[in-house]
Design a protein around this ligand. Structure first.
Ligand code: SF4
Length: 424
C-alpha cells in the first residue's frame, strides 16, 4: 500500500494488517489507509512487539479504551500486576499502559510485552526519573541524552505508544503559575519536567529534542502520544491559559510529526465540568488538525473519590459523542490508592459503557444495532442473548445464576410486565 508518508515501517504494518484491521472495524481498507495517511487515524503496532494486535485509533474507527496498570513505590507487587494485565485482556480493554514507578522497570515492561497481545504504552520519563528518585537524587539531574536513550531502548523493546510531554514549554509552565491554579500541575510527567526546567534554567528537553524523538518513533513505528502535562486537575482550572497554550503547541508538534512520517495522538483533559466538555473536545480537535484524541476521563466532578470511574464515564461518554477517539479509563481507586485487580475491571467496564453510549450517540451502526438487539432479547426474555450482548456477559450470567434462572427475573416475579403480555 503506497502512502505519502515516508515511513517504511508503517507501510509494512499496513501491508500486512490493513485488510484485517479494516474488516474488524467494518470500514473499507482504502478509507482506513486514507485516514492513516492524513493523520486522523493511527495504527498502534510496533513490529518489535511480537504478537501485538494492531489497533486503530481515530475517526471513523470505533472508540477504544485504555487501562493503566503498573507498580508504585508503596505497592510493588508483580503478581498483582500480572493479574491486572490478564483482567485488561478479559474485560475488553483495547490497550494497556505500563505506568510502573518501582521495581525493575525493564523487566516489568519486557514481561508485559511478552505476555500481552494488547498494544502497550509507556511514559519513558518515569523510567529516567526513577533512577534518580530510587537513588534519593533529584530527577532534575537527568540529561537530555539519558531521556533519548530511554525512548530508544523502549522503542526497540517493542513499546507501541509512548506519552511524551513535549508541550510543557517554559512559557506554558509560567502561565500555569500566573493563573494561580487550584491544583497546579497534576501530571507526574508534567511536574517532573517543570521541576527540570526551573532547576536547569532550560527549555523542556522533550520539546528541545523533538526532532530526535521523531527519528526514533519513525524507525520503530512508535505512536507518540503528545502528553497533556498541564491538564486541569480541578474543574475550576479547566480551560485556563496554560492548558490552551499547551494544546496549541501540541497542534504545532503534531503537524511536524506528520511531515516526518510519525504517527501521533493528542492527550486531553483531565477534570472538566460537564457543561464545558463538548467545547473542550471540539476545540482540541480543531487546534490539532483532527488528530486522534486520547482523553483522561474527563472527570466531570471533583467530589466522588471511590466512584471516580463513574464521574469519568459520564465525561467520557460526552467526550466521545463530540469527537474523542480513545478513552483512558479511571478506576474507583483514583485519587485514593493504586488500583487493585477489581478496580481495573470496574474501570474498564465503566469506560466501555461510555464508549458504547458515545458510539450510539454518533449513530454508529454497530452500536445502534447492538442496543436494538439487546432490547429485542429483553422483550423475548432471552437471557442468554442478553448475556452475549452485554458489556459484561459474565456478570449477567452470575446474577441470573443467583436466582435460579426462572424465565422472569426477581425484580417483578409474577408481576413481570413482559409475561403479562403473553397471549395478548
Ligand atoms: S420480571 Fe420485571 S424486570 Fe424482570 S424481565 Fe420481567 S418485567 Fe423485566
Amino acid at each position: 500500500m503506497a502512502l505519502f508518508y515516508p515511513n517504511p515501517r508503517l507501510e509494512s504494518v499496513l501491508d500486512r494488517h490493513l485488510e484485517a484491521m479494516a474488516a474488524a472495524e467494518g470500514l473499507s481498507p482504502d478509507g482506513v489507509a486514507a485516514a492513516v495517511a492524513a493523520g486522523t487515524m493511527t495504527v498502534l503496532a510496533n513490529p518489535g512487539h511480537g504478537g501485538v494486535r494492531p489497533t486503530l485509533i481515530g475517526q471513523p474507527a470505533a472508540i477504544k479504551v485504555n487501562a493503566n496498570i503498573g507498580t508504585s513505590p508503596l505497592l510493588n507487587d508483580a503478581a498483582m500486576e500480572g493479574e491486572k494485565l490478564r483482567i485488561c485482556e478479559t474485560a475488553g480493554a483495547d490497550t494497556v499502559m505500563d505506568l510502573s514507578t518501582a521495581g525493575d522497570l525493564d523487566a516489568i515492561r519486557r514481561g508485559m510485552l511478552a505476555a500481552t497481545f494488547l498494544p502497550l504504552g509507556t511514559v519513558p520519563v518515569y523510567a529516567v526519573a526513577n533512577r534518580y528518585i530510587a537513588a534519593e537524587a533529584d530527577p532534575a539531574g537527568m540529561t537530555e541524552d539519558e531521556i533519548l536513550a530511554e525512548i530508544e531502548k523502549q522503542a526497540a523493546q517493542g513499546v507501541d505508544f509512548m506519552t511524551v510531554h513535549c508541550g510543557v514549554t517554559a512559557r506554558a509552565v509560567d502561565l500555569s503559575r500566573e493563573e494561580e491554579r487550584v491544583t497546579g500541575i497534576v501530571s507526574r510527567g508534567g511536574a517532573i519536567l517543570a521541576r527540570w526546567m526551573r532547576r536547569n534554567g532550560r527549555e523542556n528537553p522533550f520539546y528541545a529534542r523533538f526532532d530526535d524523538i521523531l527519528d526514533i518513533a519513525r524507525a520503530h513505528n512508535v505512536v507518540l502520544s503528545l502528553g497533556d502535562g498541564l491538564r486541569p486537575g480541578a474543574g475550576a482550572d479547566a480551560g485556563d491559559a496554560a492548558q490552551w497554550e499547551e494544546v496549541i503547541e501540541l497542534g504545532r508538534l503534531a503537524r511536524r510529526a506528520r511531515a516526518r512520517g510519525v504517527q501521533v495522538m493528542i492527550e486531553g483533559p483531565g477534570h472538566v465540568p460537564l457543561n464545558l466538555v463538548a467545547a473542550h473536545i471540539q476545540c482540541i480537535k480543531r487546534l490539532t488538525a483532527q488528530a486522534p484524541l486520547y482523553v483522561l476521563g474527563p472527570l466531570t466532578t471533583d467530589c466522588a473519590p471511590g466512584y471516580d470511574h463513574i464521574g469519568a464515564a459520564i465525561g467520557g461518554a460526552l467526550a466521545g459523542t463530540f469527537g474523542a477517539d480513545f478513552l483512558c479509563y479511571v478506576t474507583p481507586a483514583e485519587h485514593l490508592t493504586l488500583p487493585c485487580a477489581d478496580d481495573v475491571r470496574q474501570g474498564i467496564m465503566a469506560s466501555r459503557i461510555a464508549a458504547q453510549a458515545a458510539e450510539t450517540a454518533r449513530g454508529r451502526e454497530r452500536a445502534v444495532s447492538r442496543n436494538r438487539d439487546m432490547s429485542r432479547a429483553r422483550k423475548a426474555l432471552d437471557w442468554e442473548a442478553m448475556a452475549e450482548l452485554a458489556i459484561d456477559p459474565a456478570l449477567v450470567r452470575e446474577r441470573r445464576r443467583q436466582f435460579g434462572h426462572q424465565q422472569e427475573c426477581a425484580m417483578c416475579g409474577k408481576f413481570c410486565a413482559v409475561r403479562m403480555q403473553d397471549g395478548l
